[in-house]
Write a protein that binds this ligand. Structure first.
Ligand code: NAD
Length: 302
């Protein structure tokens, strides 16, 4: 298939590499220079998103946020300028469900289909081609693109119509954020109580509290590795979508709101680009104690 890939950052770059490895012809665009490993595999670097859309049958976007998708699709040299009828636009970024419905209807007016197909699984999942992909859009377009999804992910679900993929991703981000907060509180509690947090994590891994977050982000918290991964500023964007949705749906999401406050505090401490597991650092600041610090050395603390 002739595939376009727009947005070749932490996620897009390994995802595009899997499509190239499977023998698809790829037309690539990013506002930054395209990585050489992709052109070395045969990917063609284009000058604009419009050029990508002119050359490819399926055009994938993987950019940070709603305004970036809007710019890539409808900007001066955007995808819409290069589309002809019968093509499929697939947005794999995590963005606003409501704006997604608007983008889909604009693309439909050009005689093309639109799929929203955000992912979960992070950089690790992108590299291992094991992403979870949650899709919204027409069944026929989903069936055509599914072989490409299968090269990038494992659990691939058509949830419903346009917007439903993004709604699913917001739900995912609520669970991930609140679980990071829970793991951070638990490991901090254990460490301050004098237990070895690495042993605590290991002990909990097989039980009911086990999760991917405990496994991967718990390890990051213990090893003090806050290089992203998934940046706090991106998770703030996702929780903002949840909280805006809650406001318009008259829905209470109290713990999503409080976790967003903790992300806000991280950013205030210079942490916009920390991995989201770095949320633990703000809890550590509150308590004046770091995981990994020797609990015996702390006096008082009641
Ligand atoms: P990133 O910032 O590493 O990459 C985004 C890329 O898009 C950059 O290379 C940037 O130059 C490019 N870009 C921005 N605007 C553009 C435009 N108008 N045209 C062309 N290129 C443009 O971000 P990322 O971590 O790869 O995340 C991408 C999306 O995937 C986000 O919506 C994020 O929420 C989502 N996501 C990320 C992760 C993760 O762990 N990093 C996991 C799941 C989902």
């Amino acid at each position: 298939m002739d595939v376009g890939f727009i947005g070749l950052g932490i996620m897009g770059r390994p995802m595009a590499a899997h499509l190239l490895d499977a023998g698809h012809r790829l037309f690539l665009y990013d506002i930054n220079p395209v990585a050489e490993d992709l052109t070395a595999k045969g990917g063609v670097a284009c000058q604009s998103a419009a050029e990508v859309a002119g050359k490819a049958d399926v055009i994938i976007t993987m950019v940070p946020d709603t305004p970036h998708v809007e710019a890539a699709l409808f900007g001066p040299n955007g995808v819409a300028k290069g589309l002809s009828s019968g093509k499929i636009v697939v947005d794999m970024s995590s963005i606003a469900p409501i704006e997604t419905k608007r983008f889909a209807s604009e693309i439909n007016k050009l005689g093309c289909d639109y799929l929203d197909a955000p992912v979960s699984g992070g950089e690790v999942g992108a590299k291992a081609a094991s992403l979870t992909i949650m899709v919204g859009g027409p069944e026929e377009a989903f069936a055509k693109v599914k072989p490409l999804f299968e090269l990038m992910g494992k659990n691939i679900t058509l949830v419903g119509g346009n917007g439903d993929g993004q709604t699913t991703k917001v739900a995912n981000q609520i669970i991930v954020a609140l679980t990071i907060e829970a793991v951070a509180e638990a490991l901090l509690f254990a460490a301050k109580a004098g237990a070895d947090p690495a042993k605590v994590r290991q002990a909990l891994m097989g039980g009911f509290a086990s999760s991917k977050i405990l496994e991967l982000h718990g390890e990051r918290m213990i090893k003090r590795n806050f290089e992203p991964g998934f940046r706090i500023e991106l998770h703030q964007k996702d929780l903002n979508l949840a909280l805006q949705g809650a406001r318009s749906l008259n829905l209470a999401l109290p713990n999503t709101a409080s976790t967003q406050q903790l992300f806000n505090a991280c950013v205030a401490q210079g942490g916009a680009r920390w991995d989201h597991s770095g949320l633990v650092r703000i809890l550590e600041t509150m308590t004046g104690f770091e995981i990994g610090q020797n609990a015996d050395a702390i006096s008082g603390g009641d």
